[in-house]
Design a protein around this ligand. Structure first.
Ligand code: PEP
Ligand code: MG
Length: 299
């Protein structure tokens, strides 16, 4: 069975995601709550947004990503410095760990939302076990506070990481000991593996998720997750590309999350393929020497 979930940029997209047959929300990009804002969103406002998404999928998992700021997303209230290389800079989990008040408010709001569905917490751009441990410590402190205040949450919630850097992919065996699931962010994984800025249109030709190095990293992450008994999904654009979905299924990655408009097409691919064909193609792709060779294996 394949889980086909939707990516959300805004909470209001949940209705469309349901209509288009998503099994859940594989990525809720929470940055919409902070980008373009002059003040930090309150815990209540965040809780309302997370709860709305959780309640829209009573039978499906909802992966809420903690704030992925920096790179190309800068809220006005955080006074983020101008950097020479923002995608290699103060971004995602690095910002959150350096801004504990801001981050812990979000964690508390998400924890409260776990009382309303199968809400999972997903941390972007993790590179290192220490980052996961630190997030877990903050979560435990917020859980204590919720218990003290008599506020409900689901103790069995899951904490996972996005695999978005070669470091995380190569070190996935160690990270799997601390994370309850992996979700591969191929948009960033491709950018960081190939050292190609995903926003630079001049380099668009070089930005290719079928590069042999990317295929090998995906294979490694999938194998490690399977051995560790944790779920691995892909929530980058690669999952919405028919050849990409075919390759991912062949690599035994059976949870995909895509933007809602692309759900019907990916659903068709998933229905039409035979898993033995996908596995055979993936095995060939893993041995292919160049990007065009990888793509030929999938046709
Ligand atoms: C990704 O990097 O693949 C991803 C899903 O996250 P974002 O596109 O928001 O960086
Ligand atoms: Mg990303």
């Amino acid at each position: 069975p394949v889980s086909l979930r939707a990516n959300l940029d805004l909470p209001s997209e949940v209705e469309r995601a349901r209509e288009y047959g998503a099994d859940g929300i594989g990525l809720f990009r929470t940055e919409c709550l902070v980008v373009g804002r002059t003040a930090m969103p309150t815990e209540e406002e965040q809780y309302d947004a997370y709860r709305r998404v959780a309640e829209s999928f009573p039978d499906g998992a909802v992966y809420i990503r903690t704030f992925d700021l920096g790179g190309d997303k800068f809220p006005m209230f955080l006074h983020m410095p101008r950097e020479e290389n923002p995608f290699l800079g103060w971004r995602a989990v690095r910002v959150c760990l350096d801004e504990p008040d801001f981050f812990r408010t979000q964690l508390r709001a998400i924890l409260r939302a776990t009382a309303h569905g199968d809400v999972r917490i997903m941390v972007p751009m993790v590179n290192d076990v220490e980052e996961v441990k630190q997030v877990r410590e903050y979560l435990e402190a917020e859980e204590d506070a919720l218990r003290r205040d008599g506020i409900p949450y689901n103790k069995g919630y899951k904490l996972g990481i996005m695999v978005e850097t070669p470091a995380a992919a190569l070190d996935s065996a160690e990270l799997a000991r601390h994370a309850d699931f992996f979700s591969v962010g191929t948009n960033d994984l491709v950018q960081y593996t190939l050292a190609v800025d995903r926003t630079n249109s001049r380099l668009a030709k070089l930005y290719n998720p079928f590069h042999p190095s990317v295929v090998r990293l995906l294979h490694q992450v999938s194998r490690v997750a399977k051995a560790a008994g944790i779920e691995v999904s892909v929530c980058g654009e690669m999952a919405a590309n028919p050849l990409g979905a075919f390759l991912l299924l062949g690599l035994d990655i059976s949870a995909l999350s895509v933007s809602w408009p692309t759900l019907p097409e990916v659903k068709r691919v998933v229905r039409d393929i035979r898993i033995e064909d996908a596995r055979k193609a993936a095995r060939k792709a893993l041995a292919a020497p160049t990007t065009p060779d990888v793509m030929r294996c999938l046709l």
